[in-house]
Design a protein around this ligand. Structure first.
Ligand code: URP
Ligand code: ZN
Ligand code: ZN
Length: 478
């Protein structure tokens, strides 16, 4: 065994599959030994029998993503990764977004500049493909996939991002050829535009009408269409930020037919309902995200989907817009009509404590599933496993010691993002990370951030597991 830099003693190690009590030996930022009575190391941490889980992998968050002016995201790679680390997340995967008419490679280069020297934990990039031109499809995207950008998001809504069905087929076909993962934002754009027009014409412009403009059938139809297109192409896809039963039914139907459909949900669909968009005055804008949170029955359906394996990933979809800010929810300094409110809510730091408290402590999911949903599965689906997402010899020493006696009421002033609110203000959690380690270095310890901007490394991703070694039958036209 190489000389140890660090030993974490008396750890209760739980992974997606195993439950062990042992010491963890770390050298060069990686786990090199799991065993009893490991030799002394330069640094020693006594976990005292507390739970030690793999650091979280947040496979869907937005940091410093370029936005049409005057909109601006509050979190850059410094504040976003700081906040993530304080909540037990040690890898983030935000999005290098292509603007229509622009090169995808240029978007990636720009995004690297934005991240450079700022992150305190490791990070990879997904791509957002908004303009799949022949050059993008034939040259840029295949090259980027081979260079380690192996997953990309496509949108079925938002005028500046959405793809036609024909474009979706082209992008999915390329993903199949190259073994990449397609993440789909599934909402029917024309239906939303039509409903929005009707609502505004009737003078209904308050934040609460955001939910009325994007009802469940809008998401259900697009989810079904995305599944159908993926079936035609014969490619695995992942439906992101699924909000409730109607979309879940489509996903389960597809999974029941043997299709490789993966699904993600987010804490907002477990904790919020459309009623939160109708808060006093303009405050409902704080919970405007797409798809919108729905109702109590939907929350129950999402919990069921987490417990029965329909969902593979729980991500934050952290989209950090300040509330009281002309670059944020009060765009241009006004209480704008709902279609102009920047979409998205913050959640990087609260994702794990909220899911642990509401899911594991309340007996809705077990600890193995918690780890799978928040660390192991995103690492597998985005080509980072086993370097990330588990506790094993050879994996990076991204570890979280959990304090299960820590009762805390979430308040925004306790969080470390640059957003001026949390939608979870006042919610009680019963666990919080006591210690977060990123490649063996302490980034969060007993309530204090100890990370260093710039110590986080960029990760190139391997091929997503669903695509690896996949034997695909030739289609009739091949
Ligand atoms: O409302 C949301 N979810 N905003 C973030 C962007 C996206 O579509 O994920
Ligand atoms: Zn989305
Ligand atoms: Zn998102």
């Amino acid at each position: 065994m190489s000389t140890l830099d660090l030993v974490i003693r008396r750890a209760h190690v739980v992974t997606a599959t195993d439950d062990t009590r042992c010491d963890i030996g770390v050298a060069g930022g990686r786990i090199v030994a799991l065993g009893e009575s490991l030799p002394r190391a330069a640094r020693e941490i006594d976990a005292g029998g507390r739970l030690v889980l793999p650091g979280g992998v947040d496979g869907h968050c937005h940091l410093d993503q370029p936005m049409p002016a005057p909109m601006k995201m509050a979190d850059d790679f410094a504040s976003g990764t700081r906040s993530a680390a304080c909540g037990g997340t040690t890898t983030v995967i935000p999005f290098a977004a292509q603007a229509k008419g622009e090169s995808l490679a240029a978007a990636v280069a720009d995004y690297h500049r934005r991240a450079e020297g700022k992150a305190c934990i490791d990070y990879a990039f997904h791509l957002i493909v908004s303009d799949p031109t022949p050059t993008v499809l034939a040259e840029e995207l295949p090259r980027l996939i081979r260079d380690g950008y192996t997953s990309f998001k496509i949108y079925m809504t938002y005028d500046d991002l959405k793809l036609s069905d024909r474009e979706i087929l082209e992008v999915m076909d390329l993903a199949r050829r190259e073994g990449a993962m397609v993440m789909v934002h599934a909402e029917n754009s024309d239906a939303i535009a039509w409903l929005t027009e009707k609502l505004l014409a009737a003078g209904r412009s308050a934040p609460a009408y955001h939910a009325a403009a994007r009802p469940a059938p809008v998401e259900r139809e697009a989810t079904h269409r995305a599944i159908t297109l993926a079936e035609l192409v014969d490619v695995p896809i992942l439906i992101v930020h699924v909000s409730g039963g109607e979309a879940i039914e489509q996903i389960r139907w597809a999974q029941g037919r043997g299709l490789n459909i993966y699904a993600e949900t987010c804490p907002q669909y477990l904790m919020l309902t459309a009623e939160h968009l109708g808060g006093p005055g303009f405050h409902g804008a704080k919970c405007v995200c797409s798809p919108p949170p729905r109702d109590k029955a939907s929350q129950r359906q999402v919990w069921e989907g987490l417990a029965n394996g329909t969902f593979h990933v729980v991500s934050s979809d952290h989209a950090p817009f300040r509330y009281d800010d002309p670059q944020g929810k009060r765009l241009g300094g006004k209480e704008v009509a709902f279609p102009h409110i920047p979409n998205g809510i913050p959640g990087l730091e609260t994702r794990l404590p909220v899911l642990f408290s509401e899911g594991v402590v309340k007996g809705r999911i077990d600890l193995h599933r918690f780890v799978a949903l928040t660390a192991t599965n995103p690492a597998r689906l985005y080509g980072l496993y086993p370097r990330k997402g588990t506790i094993a010899v050879g994996s990076d020493a991204d570890l979280v010691v959990w304090d299960e006696t820590r009762h805390a009421v979430i308040r925004n002033d306790l969080l470390h993002h640059a957003v001026d609110y949390t939608p979870y203000e006042g919610i009680e959690v019963t666990v919080w990370p006591a210690l977060t380690l990123s490649r063996g270095a302490v980034v969060w310890e007993d309530g204090t951030f100890r990370g260093t901007a710039g110590s986080g490394r960029f990760l190139t991703c391997g091929l997503p597991e669903p695509a690896r070694g996949r034997r695909v039958a030739a289609r009739i036209w091949e």
